[in-house]
Design a protein around this ligand. Sequence first.
Ligand SMILES: *Cc1c(COP(=O)(O)O)cnc(C)c1O
Length: 355
Amino acid sequence: MLLLNPGPVTLTERVRRSLLQEDLCHRESEFFDVQEEARTRLVNVYGLDAAQWQAVLMTGSGTAAVESMIASLVPESGKLLIVENGVYGERITEIAKQYGIAHEVAKHDWMQAPDLARIVDHLDADRAITHVAIIHHETTTGRLNDLRALGEACRAHGVQMLVDGVSSFGAEAIDFNDASIAAVAATANKCLHGVPGAAFVIARRAALATAASRTYYLDLKRLATLQDQRNTPFTPSVHAYYALVEALRELADEGGWQARHARYAALSEQVRAGLAARGMASVLPKDESSVVLRAFRLPQGIDYPKLHDALKVRGFVIYAGQGGLSAELFRISTMGDIHAADIERLLAAFDEIVR
Ligand SMILES: *Cc1c(COP(=O)(O)O)cnc(C)c1O
């Protein structure tokens, strides 16, 4: 079965085999070697300076990392502006509500790009705002939100950015030189090609220094402090860490995030052109889309469940549109061990179904 959903991904054999390494006690030095290798390699994915940046690992899915980042890095006296243009932005608002974090929302239609002028109005009108949360790749629609323009506005207002990079880290450009970026949350099982169960936040050490402690299990500062001491507060998902390390080695061997970006770009263009030729238009223009996932209009006369099931019996798992979009769209991700020949077979399967 080929997974074309946005994580968990189809694993390479190399990563799959890494799960079968020896059993480890998480209080032994062998585990801390694994933890350290994962943290070092994560900081190196974007070539960051370890004196300024820290990778903080945790056991959980991508949402755990996002929740840990939001609950920890907005200081007790801070206020968060959340840029919403999809399900994942809305999730950050839910998290802020849950923790009683002072917040405002710049709400957009799911199909809309963030309106920078409106965001700047928010920042101008409310000088209490200290942080802006944004989804880098809004997986709801496949839109790549423009971090560069937002970063500029944040720097001008002395505000810091908290980035949900869960479905972009490892495959899209992220300018960590942007001084407004305080942290990026992500996970092992999307563009990095690991397995679910390990997630992480890449955080500025300076941001960790002013962190709040609103959550017990996901307290980012405690996790960071202990991990810097080759320690861990709880039992980590040891096998997911094995897979993360192997996936990071594989990413480096293949040429790093830039090579992965180029590979995804070619695959997603192959999907886009192939489906366009079969009458299924992509929802967003190419220059607004990530290379990681694209949303397409459902073909005439076929609803999503029918398309999904017909593709599944042919060996492909695609992904529904979320919420109200499920009646109009389907999504195809090209993350994971997927190659041009797989996309050719996928398009041939569409030919059988849509005709
Ligand atoms: C997948 C994803 C998440 C986290 O989802 P989990 O199911 O917790 O892994 C968060 N944000 C974005 C943008 C995502 O694509």
